[in-house]
Design a protein around this ligand. Structure first.
Ligand SMILES: [Zn+2]
Length: 136
């Protein structure tokens, strides 16, 4: 008897899930966990790991329906490896990554926030310029 909770699906359902990683690679725009394109639950996780230069792997998976995609990937320039994820967690099927999805999500969101810093700084400065009561 197969335990359905342990079955991970890299068949058709994984394609739309992995596509989200491709869409986010150019520039991340979504906070994690995100909405799974297959089951609609807010349990989609995304992760990269750089081995050297731009070479590495990419993972996208859903903790609810267990759809996933993984492949060798050109890791985007903005990606910084997580210091909390060790190599032995980087299995093709993201079973171990899913066990630490909170760490994965926090790392992604930190990178996302750091990329948004420039824009928000400009916004803050322009706000201060129109508000004479505040000084930087
Ligand atoms: Zn799902």
């Amino acid at each position: 008897m197969i335990d359905d909770d342990n079955v991970w699906l890299d068949a058709k359902s994984g394609d739309s899930i992995y596509a989200v990683l491709g869409q986010q690679a150019a520039a991340p725009t979504i906070q994690l966990p995100a909405k799974c394109p297959e089951c609609g639950n807010m349990t989609l996780h995304l992760f990269f790991h750089r081995y050297y230069d731009n070479r590495g792997g990419g993972w996208a998976w859903c903790s609810s329906c267990h759809g996933f995609g993984h492949g060798g990937s050109n890791v985007p320039k903005w990606w910084i490896n997580s210091p909390d994820i060790s190599m032995d967690m980087l299995t093709a099927v993201p079973i171990k990554l899913d066990q630490v999805h909170d760490v994965v999500d926090r790392h992604w969101n930190t990178l996302l926030d750091s990329m948004a810093t420039t824009d928000s700084d400009i916004f803050r400065r322009s706000t201060l310029m129109t508000d004479g009561s505040e000084q930087v």
